[in-house]
Design a protein around this ligand. Structure first.
Ligand code: 48N
Length: 323
């Protein structure tokens, strides 16, 4: 039996089985690049002698894990944590990261895929409607949209994924933002405020797959992120939704949930944007999670309030940094 083993000079050598047993695995030398930089055009038509630069699997593992654990260490103390990377959370992250490149912003998203409910417009229809003046945020991001002119009160993004992928891409390009996806916030870090109340001082996190199995596995303790300000945009009630609102109620930080009301676009969108605020010291709630706090109506398949609630949540957070 023979083993192909990349060596340090980029070529592969064939090792007899007898030799594999005592390979110095732990100190394997990373394989150096052996392929010059090319353009796609240079590759065209030459696939018969194509090859990738050789690699050793441990190089891939180390490239991922070294960065992840460096980020975990760095963002263990963040300036702001945004819980939920839906349309509101991402819009808020964009405004914060742009306004304050000095702030460390951690986004914690339970899903593997960020974006929440904003990948489709509604009932699996792909176009996304935003009522004016939310078109201003689309122009800020450079998202193209259709507008029937001054008389029309809304604009249409041809596919919701165009908005969501654009804001996500812009957010991820900010050097002061780290997205921890597939990671759930499963509690809040609290401090007493000296008057019998509580101040929110960070979040408690776990891998989402672990959070989903606390009932059928032995205890799997969480991790933490300390931060003076949390923006919670976890959406309306659901398996993970309205997380911070529900947790505030269960720990006595809010008397009760208001509970989302029926659909009324005109009432709902104004209420969500204007109502985005600090609900408890250190905790700002925006987007559809706020409808569960205030008992606001839902707006259905229109997303302007999500974008502008994110804009307002960022503004509220920055005010707290200035005080
Ligand atoms: O898209 P959502 O659910 O929330 P928003 O507020 O950003 O946008 C709401 C919007 O999509 C609507 O619901 C539209 C406008 N419809 C209104 C209506 O009338 O029906 O995003 C929330 C994100 C999701 O990606 C969740 O996975 C995530 O938050 N999330 C969490 N992430 C981490 N830890 C948690 N505990 C958690 N809970 C939810």
């Amino acid at each position: 039996m023979h083993f192909q083993e990349p060596s340090s000079n980029g070529h592969t050598v064939t090792l007899p089985a007898s030799k594999v047993a005592n390979l110095p695995h732990a100190t394997a030398v990373p394989v150096k690049g052996a392929t010059k930089t090319q353009s796609i055009e240079e590759m065209a038509g030459k696939w018969s002698d194509f090859s990738f630069a050789p690699i050793r699997e441990s190089q891939v593992s180390r490239a991922m894990t070294r960065r992840y654990f460096t980020d975990l260490d760095s963002y263990a103390e963040s300036d702001i944590v945004i819980v939920g990377a839906g349309s509101c959370g991402l819009s808020s992250a964009y405004c914060l990261a742009k306004a304050r490149p000095d702030l460390k912003i951690a986004i914690v998203e339970a899903g593997v895929a960020p974006g929440g409910g904003a990948w489709l417009g509604g009932q699996l229809f792909s176009a996304m409607v935003m009522r004016k003046p939310a078109d201003a945020f689309l122009r800020e991001l450079g998202v193209p949209y259709e507008d029937d002119g001054a008389e029309s009160n809304f604009v249409v993004v041809k596919h919701a994924a165009l908005f969501t992928s654009t804001v996500l891409s812009k957010v991820l390009q900010f050097p002061n933002v780290k997205l921890f996806n597939a990671t759930a916030v499963e509690d809040l870090i609290t401090r007493t405020d000296g008057n019998g109340g509580i101040r929110i001082a960070g979040v408690v996190t776990n891998w989402t797959l672990v959070s989903m199995h606390h009932d059928d596995q032995s205890c799997m303790d969480p991790n933490t992120i300390n931060a003076p300000i949390i923006i919670s945009t976890t959406g309306h009630d659901g398996p993970f939704g309205a997380f911070s609102a529900k947790r505030l109620v269960s720990m006595g930080g809010l008397p009760a949930l208001g509970g989302m009301r029926g659909l009324d676009m005109n009432t709902a969108e104004d209420a969500i944007v204007k109502g985005t605020r600090e609900i408890a010291p250190g905790l700002i709630i925006g987007g559809m999670e706020l409808s569960e706090v205030d008992g606001a109506n839902r707006m259905g398949p229109t997303f302007g309030a999500m974008a502008l609630s994110g804009v307002k949540a960022a503004e509220e957070a920055l005010k707290l940094f200035e005080t």
